[in-house]
Design a protein around this ligand. Structure first.
Ligand code: ZN
Length: 305
């Protein structure tokens, strides 16, 4: 009902704003982003030359997130909207589609990637696993697209965007090297990652981990008793030391899995909380994409060693 009401509000507001052009207001572009990973990326490139509003904070699950009326106002007033796409933001798709056809085209960064390289999935209407930010190369392509769009809409600040882009890419390259060094310390046979939902397939592909998510790709489907039983057997057979909670998914499913392993006379520890579909709190190390990635890798490697 809420979604219908939100959509209705959107349809009412749009005709009055459709004559709005793309020139920056108060000298700065109004940019709206969805997930905290994309917000952090756009902040790094736009710096203080843009007004940036991120819709989803720390701990927010993008699969389940619904636009509030306040969000709709932000979206309607935006000069640019960046989102992940590939049906990650499952409940926002309708809102974006409506906006795309009537006023502006929100930019789905994930849709810009080469589809032939993406991991397929039957869970999502996009047919692809949307958790692409766990491949740093893809995140660099996000950065490229964001820079290009900011320059297109605000050419006066081209030099700033270009230099911010270069310095951010350099940081991502350094991150990549650092992570590879940390992961090398974990023997290949210990690279099995069991988490609450399947957010880490791209991570697994990039760093040679077998990845199993208890809830499947989207948190919209709950894990069943059978899934828990099957996965507990897998953990025992593979002699896995630790499994992981995710900050944006309730802990109870992973706790149920730990209990199922225990009921079969074995022990598996909870290796820590990973940041999957949302960054940590703003102002903390895990509150940035780079800090989050390093934190996750350290947590995984330390617990599985
Ligand atoms: Zn997810």
């Amino acid at each position: 009902m809420k979604t219908i009401k939100t959509l209705f509000t959107l349809l009412l507001i749009i005709p009055f704003l459709s004559c709005k052009n793309d020139t920056p207001s108060n000298g700065k572009l109004n940019v709206v982003t969805t997930t905290s990973m994309i917000t952090d990326l756009v902040k790094n490139i736009g710096g203080n030359h843009i007004n940036l509003k991120g819709l989803m904070g720390s701990g927010v699950d993008p699969h389940l997130y619904k636009a509030s009326e306040g969000d709709v106002t932000k979206l309607v007033n935006a000069d640019i909207i960046f989102y992940n796409g590939l049906h990650l933001e499952g409940k926002l798709v309708e809102v974006f589609e409506k906006m795309g056809s009537q006023t502006k085209t929100p930019i789905a960064l994930g849709e810009e990637l080469d589809k032939n390289t993406l991991i397929g999935s039957d869970y999502f209407a996009s047919n692809y696993d949307p958790h692409v930010w766990f491949n740093i190369d893809y995140f660099m392509q996000f950065a490229e697209k964001v820079t290009q769009v900011l320059i297109e809409k605000d050419p006066e600040n081209e030099d700033h965007y270009t230099s911010n882009h270069t310095s951010y890419i350099n940081k991502l390259v350094a991150l990549q090297t650092k992570l590879e060094g940390i992961i090398e310390t974990l023997p290949k046979e210990k690279r099995v990652l069991v988490t609450a939902h399947d957010a880490f397939n791209y991570f697994g592909k990039a760093y040679g981990f077998e990845v199993v998510g208890l809830q499947g790709l989207s948190t919209a489907t709950e894990a069943g008793v059978q899934d828990v039983q099957k996965l507990s057997t897998f953990i025992i057979e593979k002699n896995i030391k630790a499994i992981f909670v995710e900050s944006s998914v309730p802990k109870r499913t992973i706790e149920a899995l730990k209990a199922a392993v225990k009921s079969k006379g074995h022990d598996v520890s909870i290796g820590g909380t990973l940041y999957s579909d949302a960054l940590g709190n703003a102002g903390t190390i895990e509150g940035t994409y780079i800090g989050m990635f390093e934190y996750n890798v350290n947590t995984i490697v330390n617990a599985l060693k």
